[in-house]
Design a protein around this ligand. Structure first.
Ligand SMILES: Nc1ncnc2c1ncn2[C@@H]1O[C@H](COP(=O)(O)OP(=O)(O)OP(=O)(O)O)[C@@H](O)[C@H]1O
Ligand SMILES: [Mg+2]
Length: 462
């Protein structure tokens, strides 16, 4: 899809120059000479980006931005400022303008900023071609995911066992469901079992069922999950956590295509497709004798590996906006976008917990949001990005020392002799330390409550 850029500048030469540059770079351009004309154009057609001069006759670029923010909060706006009007620009970015460029600017810098803004602001419109029902729940537009989904679609048609790998929260279960949906078994049950979450003693009966009286407490016949899934798909999640004794039994079920419920005299034929997932290194588990090799090859006819979220950062804005829309509906809140700087932070965060963590962060900001536009501060809070600077080693040591001394003084009620003994320091050295940190032992004596009542907070200005 060719991105459409709306250009706003009252200088006709500048407008022409920019139009030529952007058209040459492959964008579709609409050029207008005032904020009013831009707003009229926006009412007709929504571009993917607005590039506007700050100084305009009538309404200026910032006023235009405010108007756009009110109508289409997610539409990125880049402002061009004349040399010497930087304070405006700083204020603009604080207000949520994507970025600003100072004239005269470098053509490449401009194109880079535009590409960056467009990438961050990807919406469902940029969705991968050929979206189909089976993969609809999987939001993505990255090439890495596209590869996985293409493979998934191919194997879905067969009955091959598929092992899905990927870090925690990367979407393994979602992919398993999609494979089931894309398979001929779609109308039959999809049964997911978390092998790591069910106590070993119960797992066999859960999977394969039991007969009344098979063990104490077996009061009735119980149909196992394999039988419940008959004709459909069984998803064995966290297969790496399956106890060795059960691995043998599972292997037999897969080989014989039948299950024998506990206490049953006859096996029951079953027809299920097996998908399994793990975030563990099964090869290492095999090497250590924790996972059976024969079972491994049975389950792993095809491997699909999900990339981590950090390996497909282009999906982050798409996922974030998708989750925001979903959660806004869930909480009945009017939320209509994420500020550009906040989106940029999301797109560059480390995401060890992958898509699940992103979902949780968006859920937090939804819960805390008091304005329709999600701000950078909210995202920072949810990501727990410390707002203070990172401490140097020396600073960290100072802080530790002070907290340690405060702890000792609290413990000893401000008795320096006792505190020094506990610290294994002589009194002179201990006094020196207290002095260094501006701590007065008297403040810890008796029921004197220092400072704001919590002596662990700094007693003196640092
Ligand atoms: N591409 C995606 N599009 C939309 N939602 C996704 C996507 N990937 C994952 N999710 C959502 O993220 C959450 C985690 O996904 P899922 O449970 O499939 O991960 P998992 O790999 O099985 O994680 P775990 O290893 O922790 O079990 C779910 O809420 C899921 O719906
Ligand atoms: Mg899972």
């Amino acid at each position: 899809m060719i991105a459409h850029v709306l250009l706003v500048d009252d200088d006709a030469d500048m407008l022409q120059l920019l139009s030529m540059r952007l058209t040459a770079a492959g964008y579709r351009v609409t050029a207008v000479e005032s904020a009013e004309a831009a707003l009229a154009q926006l009412a007709i057609e929504r571009p993917q980006l607005v590039l506007s001069d700050v100084r305009l006759p009538g309404r200026d670029g910032l006023a235009l931005f405010d108007e756009i923010r009110a109508r289409s909060p997610a539409l990125p706006v880049i402002l061009l400022t004349a040399h010497g009007t930087i304070p405006d620009a700083v204020e603009a970015t604080a207000r949520g303008v994507f970025t600003y460029l100072t004239k005269p600017f470098d053509g490449k810098a401009l194109l880079d900023k535009i590409a960056e803004a467009l990438a961050l602001n990807a919406t469902g419109r940029a969705e991968a071609p050929g979206s189909e029902a089976w993969r609809e729940p999987i939001v993505s537009r990255s090439a890495r995911m596209e590869e996985v989904l293409t493979e998934a679609k191919m194997v879905a048609k067969s009955d091959a066992s598929v092992l899905i790998r990927g870090e925690s929260g990367s979407g393994k279960e979602l992919l398993a469901q999609a494979i089931h949906q894309a398979s001929a078994r779609a109308k039959r049950p999809f049964v997911a079992v978390n092998c790591g979450a069910i106590p070993e003693a119960l797992l066999e009966s859960e999977l394969f069922g039991h007969m009344k009286g098979a063990f104490t407490g077996a009061l009735a016949n119980h149909q196992g999950l394999f039988q419940q899934a008959n004709g459909g798909t069984v998803f064995l999640d966290e297969i790496g956590d399956m106890p060795p004794a059960l691995q043998v039994k599972l292997l037999r079920v897969l080989q014989e295509r039948s299950v024998r419920p506990l206490g049953a005299s006859q096996p029951v034929p079953i027809d299920v497709r097996i998908l399994s997932a793990t975030h563990r290194d099964l090869e290492a588990a095999m090497g250590e004798g924790q996972f059976r090799e024969d079972l491994y090859y049975r389950l792993n006819v095809v491997t699909l590996s999900l990339p981590t979220l950090a390996e497909r950062r282009e999906d982050i804005p798409l996922l974030a906006n998708h989750f925001l829309a979903k959660l806004a509906a869930k909480y009945g809140k009017k939320l209509n976008g994420i500020a550009p700087d906040a989106l940029r932070l999301l797109a560059t965060a480390p995401w060890p917990g992958n898509v699940r963590q992103l979902y949780n962060v968006i859920e937090q900001v939804c819960a805390l949001a008091t304005t329709p536009l999600i701000s950078l501060v909210l995202v920072q809070r949810a990501l727990r990005v410390p707002s203070v600077e990172v401490l140097t080693f020396a600073e960290a040591r100072l802080r530790f020392e002070r907290d340690y001394l405060v702890g000792l003084l609290k413990l000893t009620d401000g008795n320096v002799a006792d505190a020094a003994r506990l610290a294994d320091k002589n009194r002179t050295e201990f006094y020196r330390l207290l002095q260094k940190h501006g701590l007065t032992p008297g403040r810890f004596r008796g029921d004197v409550v220092p400072g704001n009542g919590d002596p662990s907070t700094p007693l003196v200005a640092d």
